[in-house]
Design a protein around this ligand. Structure first.
Ligand SMILES: Nc1ncnc2c1ncn2[C@@H]1O[C@H](COP(=O)(O)OP(=O)(O)OP(=O)(O)O)[C@@H](O)[C@H]1O
Length: 471
């Protein structure tokens, strides 16, 4: 990964000048905590205007009472990135304030600490983000530490990562869409986050306190789709509940029904769904009467419905009824700005889940950015979970060419073949193998579930279930 471009045209670029003018507060200290550089914004934030800082260290500033704690000193001590709230003492009549700082160590080739770079944001900026986060419910890992702090302040926690312009546009659109009751059709490759977006719409709609019912149309055997969706009456078919049962549409009354993999709906069911959309009524299997249901419909598919219409596999009239508000979610490879924030979100999630504190190596971040993510965010989630579980040390090192090979090797090593102790529980080792195998099949089949299921020798519905189980 290159970090500097157009070198020939910018040979005279003076980085010090740029750093001094930075909007974010920047402080660079050397390995003895001596001040090397401050941005103008940092001088202002720490109220150091007019103070002679020559030869001064961070210890001196704390002893003189300019601020309370130093993330730079913590970072030097621990040799890793540290974040925290720093209280700044007000001068004269000024009030005390706070900044949120993150200090990052910079090492030389031999691993010796050379500098610490500290970035911080002022309280006013934090409050601004709190409002933005509250409004947008975005979770940008660029400000992940800030957002964690803010979510405590504001009592909000964003689960949808939308750092890229493309995802921010989707989220903005969803906030608008949420206000209406129109049918939404979400399209995009498998694992891009269609269900996440559907939930976002529900959570921001007036129906948010009612139920959200996700239905994977591809995972229901075709002879059961009707009874699952619309319910059935007493004795409608053998093996059914003798008292009859409500279907998923009735369950979703007043809430939202999410019809995932809508392209898998058998043609006769497509006509019935069209009728439900047009009349707002369902009829239980075996029943004569129609019942009103008020469920908002959000549908999704990773298939090209227009192509299916042309081939006669999907009803044209239903397609137009569903496509009132089309929402396309781009594949992860086309919105690289989301990769690192997502990776950190999953890393934090799995660290919490397994009570660990793993970090990602710098190389991992480059590799994550370079990878093409055929399985999109679901694949990313699995990759991070796998590495968190199988990495013995604190730092995980994600490499893709070797993904299959390396983790298989580790698992076989850990299974005792090379005399290494077994550290991975059997369940994880087996799940891990299955996931990797499915991911490889999907990769080979360019993300097509139907083809991958064929290669794996299992039914498509079975593969859908396995993919969903991984979430
Ligand atoms: N923007 C996002 N922020 C956070 N997590 C996400 C985001 N998008 C997807 N995920 C996570 O990725 C996984 C897959 O997402 P989801 O099930 O929504 O994908 P999908 O497009 O509906 O997949 P499929 O086509 O297979 O039904 C889930 O674990 C989900 O939580």
């Amino acid at each position: 990964m290159k970090y500097f471009y157009q070198y020939e045209d910018n040979k005279d670029l003076n980085l010090q000048e740029l750093l001094i003018e930075s909007f974010d507060n920047i402080l660079i200290t050397d390995c003895k905590a001596r001040i090397v550089l401050l941005s103008k914004s940092m001088v202002k934030a720490l109220r150091l205007e007019g103070v002679d800082l020559s030869g001064k260290t961070v210890h001196d500033l704390i002893l003189s009472g300019y601020y309370t704690k130093s993330t730079a000193l913590e970072c030097m001590k621990l040799g890793k990135q540290c974040s925290g709230i720093v209280h700044v003492t007000g001068k004269g009549n000024e009030k005390d304030t706070a900044v949120f700082s993150t200090s990052t160590p910079i090492f030389d080739d031999k691993g010796m600490l050379r500098y610490v770079i500290t970035n911080s944001r002022n309280e006013a900026a934090l409050e601004f983000y709190a409002r933005e986060l509250e409004a947008e419910k975005l979770n940008s890992a660029k400000y992940q530490d800030v957002s964690k702090y803010l979510s405590k302040l504001a009592g909000s926690s964003g689960e949808v990562v939308a750092n890229s312009a493309a995802m921010q546009k989707v989220i903005r659109l969803c906030s608008l869409i949420a206000k209406s009751d129109s049918v939404v059709l979400i399209t995009g490759e498998s694992g891009v986050g269609k269900e996440v977006v559907a939930r976002y719409i529900h959570d921001h709609s007036p129906r948010k306190d009612e139920v959200f019912v996700p239905v994977n149309c591809g995972a229901i055997p075709s002879d059961l789709v009707e009874s699952e969706l619309f319910g059935y009456t007493k004795g409608a078919f053998t093996g059914a509940n003798p008292n009859g049962s409500a279907g998923l549409f009735e369950l979703a009354h007043k809430g939202t029904i999410f019809l995932d993999e809508i392209g898998e709906l058998p043609l006769p069911m497509q006509s019935k769904l069209l009728r439900v959309i047009e009349t707002g009524e369902i009829r239980r299997l075996g029943d004569t009467k129609y019942r009103k249901v008020d469920a908002r419909i959000v549908a999704a598919t990773n298939r090209n419905l227009e192509e299916m219409v042309k081939k006669g596999e999907f009803r044209e009239d239903l397609f137009y009824r569903l496509n009132v508000i089309p929402l396309l979610i781009s594949p992860l490879r086309d919105r690289k700005e989301d990769i690192i924030p997502l990776a950190y979100m999953f890393l934090n999630r799995f660290n919490r889940k397994f009570g660990l504190d793993k970090r990602m190596s710098k190389k991992s971040l480059d590799n994550l950015l370079d990878y093409s993510w055929p399985g999109n965010i679901r694949e990313m989630r699995n990759v991070i979970e796998r590495y968190v579980i199988i990495t013995p040390g604190d730092e995980i090192d994600i490499t893709f060419e070797e993904t299959m090979k390396s983790s298989q090797t580790r698992i076989s090593m850990e299974s005792g073949e090379s005399g290494e102790p077994v550290t991975v529980p059997l369940k994880y080792a087996m799940d891990d193998f299955e996931r990797k195998y499915i991911e490889a099949a999907l990769r080979d089949c360019n993300g097509s579930i139907a083809k991958a299921a064929e290669v794996l020798g299992i039914h498509r519905t079975h593969l859908y279930k396995k993919l969903k189980k991984q979430d």
